[in-house]
Design a protein around this ligand. Structure first.
Ligand code: ZN
Length: 162
């Protein structure tokens, strides 16, 4: 958007340049007679002046038209991006990497493990480590367990998991 605003003064400068061009044209056309020799009649000089003016004006209009449409196109693009960013919420899944063998997901930046079943439902539920004991109270095994009460999904613990 900032860039777009910078385009507008540029367009104005071009307009100013065009106006200066027309003024220059008037001066140049006075020189035509001396440049091309005195053999030209007044009518011929006026005719050259006329076509030069037509050329200048059409170039001017073309540049204006071009700038106008380019600005319009950029505006539409910015509008579309804005609409898209408003209508498409940021995907939670984009932030996580799926560890297929493990079944859970890991945050790409923080490394936080989250429950796969919950993440698919749009809930970021961290996993916590838990350990089971056997019937006589000895350590049996570690698991990763979903912290959400309605889920409690378990994932295998692997050696080296912190
Ligand atoms: Zn869960």
């Amino acid at each position: 958007m900032k860039k777009l605003l910078q385009e507008i003064p540029k367009g104005a400068l071009n307009t100013l340049g065009g106006a200066l061009g027309v003024m220059l044209l008037a001066i140049i056309s006075k020189q035509i007679r001396s440049v091309l020799g005195l053999s030209l009649s007044d009518t011929q000089v006026s005719s050259i002046q006329f076509w030069l003016l037509v050329f200048a004006v059409s170039t001017f209009l073309f540049v204006g038209w071009f700038l106008f449409f380019r600005t319009q196109r950029k505006l539409r693009l910015v509008e579309k991006q804005l609409r898209d960013s408003l209508t498409t919420p940021r995907k939670i899944l984009d932030d996580y990497e799926h560890l297929k063998k493990r079944g859970f997901w890991v945050h790409r930046k923080t490394g936080q493990r989250v429950c796969g079943s919950c993440l698919i439902a749009g809930i970021e539920s961290p996993l916590s480590a838990a350990s089971y004991q056997d019937s006589v109270g000895r350590f049996d095994r570690n698991v990763w367990i979903c912290g959400r009460k309605d889920c409690r999904q378990e994932y295998f613990w692997q050696k080296g998991d912190v």
